[in-house]
Design a protein around this ligand. Structure first.
Ligand code: NI
Length: 171
């Protein structure tokens, strides 16, 4: 169990495509534990392996609120099988893009096929925040970020601001 550093923009690794897993071994189980530790430490609701620099198609999610019992969900090789025509809009943040929130419209409902930590194939129909969160994390596995929904001008200005803050952490 350990907390890893989260990669932030403009790190090029975030644009890379993550690779599917052939089997779930001890290494992957350890990686999933690290993802949960890192996500909880940063108070996030979702984290993809690429965000800690591992290009494997693994992501974790926990939408429980502060007063609730933790509800850890992990997804290996997730694929979206179906989406609804109906959409919903959420203001999304991302641990790889500090202090940035962007309203994004996505399909309201999605059906995800994935492999769980025991190597079993599962299916999950998601609605609401879980649906949005999973679509956001799945985008990470294909190198896509929420700032890719913006114009180049806006995207560049956000990246510039974050790069500046990184160089002068006191400001
Ligand atoms: Ni993200």
């Amino acid at each position: 169990m350990s907390i890893k550093d989260i990669i932030t923009v403009p790190n090029e690794t975030l644009k890379k495509i993550s690779q599917p897993l052939e089997k779930v071994s001890t290494n992957e189980k350890k990686l999933i534990n690290d993802l949960f530790d890192t996500m909880y430490a940063s108070k996030g609701i979702g984290l993809a392996a690429v965000q800690i620099g591992v290009l494997k198609r693994i992501l974790v999610v926990d939408l429980s609120t502060k007063d609730e019992k933790r509800d850890p969900l992990s997804f290996i090789n997730p694929i979206i099988k179906k989406v609804s025509n109906e959409t919903s809009i959420y203001e999304e943040g991302c641990l790889s893009i500090p202090d940035t929130f962007i309203e994004i419209e996505r399909p309201k409902i999605c059906e995800v096929e994935y492999v769980d930590i025991n190597g079993e194939k599962k299916n999950l129909k998601c609605d609401g925040l879980l649906s949005t969160c999973l679509q956001h994390e799945l985008n990470h596995l294909d190198g896509q970020l929420i700032i890719d929904h913006l114009s180049k001008l806006k995207r560049d200005s956000i990246i510039k601001k974050i790069s500046k803050t990184k160089k002068n952490p006191d400001r």
